[in-house]
Design a protein around this ligand. Structure first.
Ligand SMILES: [Zn+2]
Length: 253
């Protein structure tokens, strides 16, 4: 991933897409360039987390205008750390949804995060796109394999040709977990430092993608940790739960 400046916003993009998937538009909005005061400074896109609706709506307008996206074509979900996936054909706010799949051009799928990972799957041959919210709970519930299963069954994609992009999220060094949570995951994604246990969620995500048939060479990771990047990223853990949310927005052009 690389940062670019668009108007006053610092946006993360994957330049490799211009070569391997020019039909896919993908942007990660950093926390900069918005109107919200601390602790939501400044481009907080999350509603109902303590910031005013006025600020959130203004921030959303700033982002959508900058990216040239009409709010009518925006798909967003009430994310509940589930493995609920919806196939969508029109914009709107969808109840209890942590992932979307579409083949509709011009429809923008938004995933809201602040430590959890936004994961994008795109199959160029079938022009099929998925955007999912992958935190510890959704990951453990198999949201990645479930999404790939729907893409294979309903959209006839071949995972061998599917590319995946993993946006900013929390790195293992910032993600200490207790024994009960560690026990829910394979040993290879639990790291030990001194006597503490840590969850390597990005490694878990990569393992799940590969288990689903995605080739290693088609997995692209931003490498940005939200908790390690206070200047550009909100972090639910680092900021003791009082923080904003970013959006990752994926669109088939
Ligand atoms: Zn970190």
């Amino acid at each position: 991933m690389k940062w670019i400046i668009k108007s006053d916003l610092k946006i993360g993009i994957f330049p490799v897409l211009e070569i391997i998937a020019p039909q896919l538009d993908l942007h990660f909005a950093s926390r900069t360039g918005g109107v919200s005061p601390s602790p939501f400074n400044s481009l907080n896109l999350g509603a109902n987390i303590g910031d005013t609706d006025r600020n959130v709506n203004q921030n959303r307008d700033i982002l959508l205008n900058t990216l040239g996206i009409s709010s009518d074509n925006l798909v967003k979900g009430e994310q509940i750390h589930s493995s609920n996936i919806k196939v969508v054909n029109k914009g709107g706010s969808y109840k209890a949804s942590d992932g979307f799949i579409t083949e509709r051009e011009g429809l923008s799928l938004a995933i809201s995060t602040a430590d959890c990972y936004p994961v994008i799957l795109y199959s160029p041959p079938e022009n099929t796109l998925a955007a999912i919210h992958v935190g510890r709970k959704g990951a453990a519930k198999g949201i990645i394999s479930k999404t790939l299963g729907i893409m294979i069954d309903q959209f006839l994609i071949n995972p061998e040709y599917t590319i995946s992009l993993i946006g900013p999220g929390i790195c293992w060094k910032c993600y200490r977990v207790n024994k009960r949570i560690a026990a829910q995951f394979d040993k290879n994604v639990i790291k030990k430092r001194k006597d503490e246990l840590y969850l390597d969620l990005p490694l878990f995500i990569k393992n799940e993608l590969k288990r689903g048939g995605i080739k290693q060479r088609n997995i692209f990771s931003s490498g940005v940790c939200t908790s390690c990047s206070p200047d550009f990223c909100f972090s639910y853990r680092r900021d003791a739960h009082r923080t904003g949310r970013h959006w990752t927005i994926a669109t088939i052009k």
